[in-house]
Design a protein around this ligand. Structure first.
Ligand code: PGA
Length: 248
């Protein structure tokens, strides 16, 4: 696990091969020499086109999801090993869009994270409360339960990343206050330390949700923020590079 902050681009289900290649080339060029670890997560069908561009550069690739089994009759799914074969180093699991639209729960997310770790891919395990849960004062409890149940028990701190992504902040332009981000990150780090035999002491916890060029610097400066997971703003090379350059 590098000590640098991690900046993850989650391109979601966007773009053509041509657009993906152009975006990746611009990001790779603009990221030369930065201290951050930059991870591009294209739609999986675009990964083979991007791997040639990232090869030999500091930018690495990740998948947006993986199945929990190694192989088999799972139509439409992609295994962690398949992503590994395509030179991915990370995979996002448990993104709120998967939890919401594909009915994924904590147990399933943990199995996916386990399958990633098994093939030496680092899972980026997403957690975060809904607007309703925050309104009811349940944000800390919800996130604590998600962390306890989604993080594999036997894994070590250098094998995975946790991303705090409040659901109400994703794609909305609404960002929690700096205090809220910092407090939730401290909470997550404590939950990891208290429940996983202290193996998570220097763990990376990323923030995600409406990270843009103009708020990245202040978010990345917060204590306990190990990096950012960027959706919409990662589709624009210039804006994404502003975020990349804000990372330490
Ligand atoms: P956003 O998405 O940056 O567009 O809010 C973040 C995410 O879903 O990972």
């Amino acid at each position: 696990m590098p000590n640098s902050q991690i900046v993850v681009a989650n391109w979601k289900m966007n773009g053509t091969v041509e657009a993906a290649v152009k975006l990746a080339k611009n990001v790779v060029k603009g990221s030369a020499g930065v201290p951050a670890t930059v991870v591009l997560c294209p739609p999986c069908v675009h990964i083979p086109y991007i791997s040639d561009i990232t090869k030999g550069n500091a930018v690495v690739m990740g998948g947006q999801d993986c199945h929990w089994e190694e192989r088999g009759a799972f139509t439409g799914d992609v295994s962690a090993q398949m992503l590994k074969d395509l030179a991915c180093e990370y995979v996002i699991v448990g993104h709120s869009e998967r939890r919401q639209h594909h009915g994924e729960d904590n147990q399933l997310v943990r199995k996916k994270a386990e399958s990633a770790i098994k093939v030496n891919l680092q899972p980026i395990i997403c957690v975060g409360e809904t607007a309703e849960e925050r309104k009811k004062g349940k944000a800390y409890d919800v996130v604590e339960k998600q962390v306890k149940e989604s993080v594999p028990g036997q894994s070590a701190q250098d094998q995975l990343v946790v991303a705090y992504e409040p659901v109400w902040s994703i794609g909305t332009g609404q960002v929690p206050t700096k205090n809220n981000i910092q407090e939730m990150h401290e909470h997550i780090i404590n939950v990891l330390k208290n429940n996983f035999s202290g193996t998570y002491s220097s763990h990376k916890v990323l923030y995600g949700g409406s990270v843009k060029g103009d708020n990245a610097l202040s978010i990345l400066a917060l204590e306990g923020v190990g990096g950012v997971l960027v959706g919409g703003a990662s589709l624009n090379a210039q804006e994404f590079l502003t975020i990349v350059k804000a990372a330490k």
